[in-house]
Write a new protein. Structure first.
Length: 82
């Protein structure tokens, strides 16, 4: 059975991957110089988003556990939530 931390990291990684791919695809398709080479750049964006997603999801996934937040932490917030 998969542990909860691993499950959350995987789910969070998929969400981060979708955001990275979407941002990269918009950049490639909206810049005319990049759009000319889209058939090479879109696969590169896919690979880059798959490689970067676990590293960016690493700090986010533990925040998804309620046990990692105390009452003071909810009031204080942090860099991500403000």
């Amino acid at each position: 059975m998969i542990s909860t931390d691993t499950w959350l990291a995987g789910i969070c990684s998929m969400m981060v991957n979708a955001v990275l791919f979407g941002a990269g695809a918009v950049i490639v398709l909206s810049v005319p110089a990049f759009a000319e080479h889209a058939k090479y750049l879109i696969p590169a964006v896919i690979v880059a988003s798959f490689l970067a997603a676990p590293f960016l999801a690493g700090p986010i996934a533990p925040r998804m556990r309620l046990r990692n937040w105390g009452r003071e932490a909810w009031r204080r917030g942090d860099l991500i939530s403000g």
